[in-house]
Design a binder for this molecule. Sequence first.
Ligand SMILES: [Zn+2]
Ligand SMILES: [Zn+2]
Length: 240
Amino acid sequence: MTEEARAKVVATRTVPFNPVRPIYFMHTPDITPDEKHLALETLDEILDIAGIRGEIPVNDLGVWRQPNYRRHDGQLAPHMSVDWYVDRWLDQQRRQVNASEGAAQLLFDPWNEEEPHYDVILTAQDLYTPETNFVVGVAHRRRGTITSVKMFRYMKDKGMEREAKKQELFHEVGHVFGLPDEKRGFDLEYSLGAHCTNSCALRQGLSVPRDWIGFANDRLATGQVYCEPCTEILRAYFGK
Ligand SMILES: [Zn+2]
Ligand SMILES: [Zn+2]
């Protein structure tokens, strides 16, 4: 690296983080129009709770693919399609996508260097991380999430299926916006990362979809998506 390039890197790193930046929503082709609509609706609700709706655009990129997203040899080009962030990390033997690999790529995303934004990627692939049998999503604070509806599909109660899918997006996108914030030091547990112990979308649900259906029912009964401390932290994240 040249001195000039190094100076540029240092300069970029010292720019204070501005949380007000657009959300890029994209999804793999296996997402239904209803699931997409549901996700966009949920993002609006989160921005509403945060008091930032209208100030942060939600860009629907659909099945995002740049013109040359496949190379001549048929391989997916890095960072050029939603396929590369998700399907590229499919483990053929497990028939599951390694979501921690895909989500880690978001941390080195050239598009984010160009225009800082959040990525919300929705898929119906079965996700896993090296520490788990499966996960419903992986989130990186201040950067983005890859979330799967797979475990919530085909419920008998279609209304509850929608609510459970919303519940997991409230959860994963909550992580992206800094929840539950370990520094607060109370109402926390550590189960695959920091989670909230209140009646809250940031509770950890290990039994899928049963726990998530329970959490969605709690939310519908109380009308509260995030508990009070988490709501406060969410608003503070955006300077509200
Ligand atoms: Zn979580
Ligand atoms: Zn909470």
